[in-house]
Design a protein around this ligand. Structure first.
Ligand code: HPA
Ligand code: ZN
Length: 341
């Protein structure tokens, strides 16, 4: 990797559209919050926790991810979690974020929805004030829990109105197709929420089709398995459906064997609107810049292609049209100033 490529990526104005706030919980903060809340962790030390982050598939990761969430109890805990991420984002010139969170993971443990949302929103507001990072918040339903539980979560969100922009669908994908969630997503759309869904990470291309047709998803999280279905790929390209790809996540969860085999370039070549994101950076070994660097390095992405990817991250966002175009112009000006044509 040329040192100038890393610096180029670091300074590039970027948006992050696929980021689980709970997946930004670094072991250091996990230990701090465990002590604050008088809880014991299944790890002896920060190093021991990091060493345990060896995953064989999505489920093996989710087991540790949900266990880690147990230290998040108070509003301040959710604030600190979100604030650490935003501080990191600011240092990487991330200008806009659309993070998601998993309310059911917390309400199941009797942490009130209001506690979770208050801490997250206070940090996002502070991040906008202090760092100028704009945001849209997404609430994800857990697909390995019941549709009734998702519906109760939607009901709990009602009083926060448009402070929550979108709904999503995450957690264990295989064996949990989108079909069961048709009703709750219809209710969410009727209430004015934007819609995203994880699909085609471990699950087959049919789950992507289902996310579009059954849930009304406007944007697909991951979607890397779409290339297995030519008709679907053509449809995604034609309709400019954004796909929020997470390169380091895909390697760490063995969705792909290694970075050199990652389909990102093939997806770009197929005319898809792809963006680079970090998913759960505390667990997968890198934040947004590291995801761009790893992909650029393994797939030989040019500075011009990196500009295209950063512009796509704003294009695919839920920002209003005017702000989106302003940000895209900033990305292009950044490239032009550095000789990218
Ligand atoms: N996939 C599905 N569910 C998740 C993930 C993921 O990568 N991270 C947190 N929840
Ligand atoms: Zn994800």
């Amino acid at each position: 990797m040329q040192q100038d490529t890393r610096a180029f990526i670091l300074g590039l104005p970027k948006a992050e559209l696929h980021l689980h706030l709970e997946g930004t919980l670094e072991p250091e903060l996990m230990f701090e919050l465990a002590a604050r809340n008088d809880l014991t962790l299944p790890y002896d030390s920060v190093e021991h926790a990091r060493a345990a982050y060896e995953f064989s598939d999505l489920q093996s990761f989710l087991d540790l991810y949900y266990a880690g969430c147990s230290v998040l109890v108070t509003e301040q805990d959710f604030y600190d979690l979100t604030w650490e991420y935003l501080t990191r984002a600011a240092s990487e010139n991330i200008r806009h974020v659309e993070p998601c969170f998993d309310p059911q993971t917390h309400t199941e443990r009797d942490v009130p929805f209001g506690t979770v949302i208050a801490g997250i929103l206070r940090a996002l507001e502070d991040g906008q004030q202090r760092y100028g990072i704009t945001y849209r918040l997404i609430m994800s339903f857990l697909r390995d829990m019941s549709p009734e539980s998702a519906a109760r979560t939607l009901e709990r969100a009602r009083r926060y109105g448009h402070r929550i922009t979108g709904v999503g669908l995450d957690s264990a994908e295989l064996g949990h197709p989108p079909d069961d969630f048709a009703e709750v997503f219809a209710a969410a759309r009727a209430a004015g929420y934007r819609v995203v869904a994880h699909a085609g990470e471990e699950g087959p291309p049919a789950y992507i089709t289902g996310a579009l047709d059954i849930l009304g998803a406007e944007r697909i999280d991951h979607g890397v398995r779409c290339l297995e279905d030519q008709m679907l790929t053509a449809r995604l390209a034609m309709d400019r459906v954004p796909l929020t790809v997470c390169p380091l996540s895909n390697v760490r969860l063995k969705v792909v064997p290694d970075m050199a085999s990652h389909p990102l370039r093939a997806m770009m070549d197929a005319g898809l609107l792809v963006t680079i994101n970090s998913d759960d950076p505390a667990y997968f070994g890198g934040y947004l810049t590291e995801n761009y660097v790893a992909a650029a390095d393994a797939l030989g992405l040019s500075h011009s292609e990196l500009v295209t990817l950063a512009a796509a991250s704003f294009q695919a966002s839920f920002l209003d049209e005017g702000t989106r175009q302003d940000r895209i112009a900033e990305v292009e000006a950044y490239g032009s100033a550095r000789g990218v044509r």
